[in-house]
Design a protein around this ligand. Structure first.
Ligand code: AP5
Ligand code: MG
Length: 389
């Protein structure tokens, strides 16, 4: 999700810029001012309570705001993101917003403050007042709104300043110039986002070769724990030596080691568009580990894909490979092949089921030529990139 709040005094141009932003980034627009005016028009209980406060230029109580905003947000959980105009306007509302974002498992990405001096606000709103029909667009009320802004709303910035989501813009520039500055900020924010894919499939489903090809095409870092362990052994690193010992004694590689390697990979891969995980997570424990690692990295899983191939076809493929130079040590005998398929069934299938409940797993047929399967996965990856914005 992409969640943005436009901040600034009355008349700063929040409403003006919102129109463009909601279209450009396909965001769900929430203006607490508009929502309140709607309640007033309908003469609802909330509307009646808010009416005289708005007419005098005061701020409506946080209790009223939480009611209108919570309903709007929870009624629309599947949108691309929210654009908040005129919210949060008090320190309490900043906490409310945090809570609502947590509920949707997301967070506020940017709070963009449009800075405009008082006299410019007054001048603009008086002009708007000639045609707006808004009860609060007259000089006495405008001055009162500005007073409320300075006293109660400006301190909200302190809530965000050290969170790395706060940006300010000179709001006295032309509408186009302000728009392009906002665009720059959002584009930069979007470029920081990573597309994180987990690619599942039985041994022999093609997940390895597809994963590698997909990672090249889309500039994603390919994270395959098997080859990563092999790499460490080849380089005889400290971890590599440990792994070698474990292999020699026929022991399993503990999760601590795999976690370290993945953590290093996440840290050291700069400038990639995301990660594609193959062969990890293999167990339920590892699925929690992956969630935690990505969260620590300020990111999360974007999409889970499973390549489906019927069992008999898998056996046929693995058996065929075992007779070629590509034969892996682990598919050199029928017993080993069956063991791997069974391992996947027992340990990894429950992980896929868990992901399916939590996020939904996209199933892709692994039948057909390499390119046919590749195109099916590419389609899903491109959709994933679109949904990031
Ligand atoms: P609300 O509706 O949010 O009003 P506001 O904050 O006072 O802001 P405005 O809508 O007046 O200004 P804007 O920044 O949207 O400017 P616009 O784009 O129109 O709130 C109204 C009332 O509801 C509040 O007073 C309060 O009582 C209550 N309320 C709302 N939310 C609340 C909350 N969360 N908590 C408590 N109470 C709440 O632009 C203004 C004019 O300038 C336009 O004519 C435009 O064409 C022009 N303009 C815009 N940009 C430029 C530019 N760059 N150069 C030249 N002119 C420009
Ligand atoms: Mg407005």
């Amino acid at each position: 999700m992409l969640n943005i709040a436009l901040f600034g005094p009355p008349g700063a141009g929040k409403g003006t810029q919102s129109e463009f932003l909601t279209k450009e980034y396909n965001l769900f627009y929430i203006s607490t001012g508009d929502l309140l005016r709607k309640e007033i028009k309908e003469q609802s209980k909330l509307g009646k309570e808010a009416q005289s406060i708005i007419a005098s230029g005061g701020l409506v109580s946080d209790e009223i705001i939480v009611q209108i905003i919570e309903k709007t947000i929870t009624d629309n959980p599947n949108v691309n993101g929210f654009l908040f105009d005129g919210f949060p306007r008090t320190y309490i509302q900043a906490y409310i917003l945090e809570g609502l974002m947590i509920k949707l498992n997301t967070s506020l990405n940017c709070l963009i403050s449009l800075e405009v001096p008082e006299e410019e606000s007054v001048r603009r709103l008086l002009k708007r007042g000639e045609s707006s029909g808004r009860s609060d667009d007259n000089e006495t009320v405008i001055r009162n709104r500005l007073k409320e802004y300075n006293q109660k709303t400006l301190p909200v910035l302190n809530f965000y300043k050290d969170k790395g989501v706060y940006f300010d813009i000179n709001g006295t520039d032309s509408i186009e110039k302000v728009r392009s500055r906002i665009n720059e900020i959002i584009k930069k924010e979007l470029s920081k986002r990573l597309l994180n894919i987990v690619l599942f499939g039985y041994p022999g489903s093609g997940r390895g070769s597809q994963g590698k090809a997909i990672s090249k095409k889309y500039d994603l870092e390919y994270v395959a724990t098997g080859p990563m362990l092999g790499d460490e052994i080849a380089k005889q690193t400290k971890i590599g030596k440990q792994v070698q010992d474990l292999y020699n004694n026929g022991q399993l590689i503990p999760d601590e080691i795999v976690v370290k390697l993945i953590e290093q990979k996440l840290e050291n891969s700069k400038g990639v568009k995301g990660f594609i995980f193959k062969g990890f997570p293999r167990t339920l424990v590892q699925s929690y580990i992956l969630d935690g690692l990505l969260k620590k990295h300020g990111s999360s899983l974007s999409k889970i894909i499973e390549i489906e191939v019927p069992m008999l076809e898998l056996i046929r493929r693995l058996d065929e490979r075992s007779k070629t130079k590509d034969c892996m040590p682990y598919d050199s005998s029928t017993a080993k092949i069956v063991q791997r398929l069974q391992d996947h069934e027992i340990k990894t299938v429950p992980v896929i089921e868990k992901y399916n409940e939590l996020h939904g797993v996209v199933k892709i047929s692994g039948l057909g030529t390499f390119n046919e399967v590749f195109d099916r996965i590419s389609f899903e990856i491109e959709n994933g990139f679109k949904n990031l914005r």
